[in-house]
Design a protein around this ligand. Structure first.
Ligand SMILES: [Zn+2]
Length: 156
């Protein structure tokens, strides 16, 4: 039996929240480092001084392991960028649901000239027309005689 597959697109919100979390997570080390530079007396307008500050100062994550502050800026910027990208594609984030309906081939007969032809109907559509109790369908033009009739369902 042929199946008619319909796809329904549903907008999702979860990436929106995730995008904000990543953006804030990425901005935090940048803000912390810049505040540190500012309290150390480094002017943000003096780019070479700021550059020196980022390369000469380190932060320790414990166990004697530390990094230059510039890596905190780079890592923070990368995380924030991913967060911003997630926020930007929020509206495109969609989930596809697949709905299957049964597609039936129906043989119809013109009540005037007895011409027979086939049409596709969905099962739900036939049921809503009162089939199988009602075997006539809505008015349409017969391709053979050109008359408007209510064709009869001969077989499915
Ligand atoms: Zn006809």
């Amino acid at each position: 039996m042929p199946k008619n597959i319909r796809r329904i697109r549903v907008a999702r919100n979860s990436s929106h929240v995730f995008g904000w979390v990543l953006t804030l997570l990425g901005l935090t080390p940048i803000i912390v480092v810049l505040l540190n530079a500012w309290t150390s007396g480094v002017s943000f307008l003096d780019l070479s001084a700021l550059y020196d500050f980022l390369w000469t100062n380190r932060f320790n994550i414990g166990f004697g392991i530390g990094f230059e502050l510039v890596y905190a800026i780079i890592a923070g910027a990368a995380i924030a960028l991913i967060g911003v990208l997630l926020l930007a594609r929020k509206r495109e984030q969609i989930e596809e649901l697949t709905v299957t309906t049964e597609d039936l081939t129906v043989t119809l007969e013109c009540t005037v000239c007895k011409n027979r032809w086939k049409e596709h109907f969905q099962k739900e559509q036939l049921q809503s027309m009162g089939f199988p109790q009602n075997r006539t369908i809505s008015r349409r033009k017969c391709l053979a005689c050109g008359r408007f009739t209510r064709p009869k369902i001969i077989r499915i």
